[in-house]
Design a protein around this ligand. Structure first.
Ligand code: 5RP
Length: 235
């Protein structure tokens, strides 16, 4: 393996350690993003070298392709039913292990899969540790129909809430709207500080046109925090 950058060393360390939680016979939710990709590679290595027998439920087309490439049997969530464990990355986690996720645009499948799991483990490097959520933009998956009106309704709603910033932008890639695996689009909320995440999450999901938001509250059980020296803290 080529020498890793300090940040990739931290991500890899967290991913490798968390992947040791997976035992033969388990059905495992496979997260999305660069840290989750390390975990999928680690599991693939165990499948090939140790004969680990698992079934994986990917949370995006990207992860599904990687999982297949490394030799993991891939199932859809409806085929798998309830999952033993999901391992995924995060954009932020706070001291209560509440999360902001969605920078990779896979928050909807990630939230459904994590919620359908006996245990959700997050793998992170120290840049993801925050005292309070909100410095990272909060992703909202919205249906394309009436998107500007949905954006306006969210902006109006934010003015009544305990947040520090109120800018809402549509996620674009190469000048085109970013499209999720479900054919939806993403609004990014630049809030800087989220005072009451549970209230915000409930209110966002009441806006017509909003499919799901990137706040993962009371879902994560454990964080594997990787450091640049390869050490991992379990929180
Ligand atoms: C994708 C996600 C990712 O897990 C999150 O953005 C972290 O990504 P990375 O491990 O690349 O920093 O929520 O929707």
């Amino acid at each position: 393996m080529p020498e890793l950058s300090p940040i990739d060393t931290a991500k890899f360390a967290a991913a490798r350690e968390a992947s040791q939680l997976v035992k033969s016979g388990m059905t495992v939710g496979l997260g999305t993003g660069s840290t989750a990709a390390w975990m999928v590679r680690c599991l693939g290595e165990r499948v090939r070298n140790e004969g680990l027998k698992i079934r994986g439920v990917p949370t995006s087309t990207r992860t599904a392709k990687l999982a297949q490439d490394v030799g993991i049997e891939v199932l859809k969530l409806d085929e798998a039913g309830w999952l033993d464990l999901t391992i995924d990355g995060t954009d932020e986690y706070d001291p209560d292990l509440n999360l902001i996720k969605g920078a990779g645009g896979a928050l909807l499948q990630e939230k459904i899969v994590a919620t359908a799991s006996n245990r959700m483990v997050v793998i992170a490097d120290s840049s993801k540790t925050v005292a309070g959520l909100g410095a990272f933009p909060l992703s909202i998956e919205v249906i394309p129909f009436g998107l500007s009106l949905t954006k306006q309704l969210i902006e109006e709603m934010l003015s009544s809430l305990d947040v520090a910033g109120r800018t809402v932008s549509q996620r674009m890639v190469d000048g085109q709207p970013f499209v999720t695996d479900e054919g939806n689009q993403i609004l990014d909320l630049h809030l800087r500080r989220i005072g009451k995440p549970h209230q915000l999450s409930l209110m966002l999901n009441q806006v017509p046109g909003v499919v799901e938001n990137g706040l993962f509250l009371d879902i994560c059980d454990t964080v594997f925090l990787g450091h640049e020296d390869g050490h991992v803290d379990v929180i």
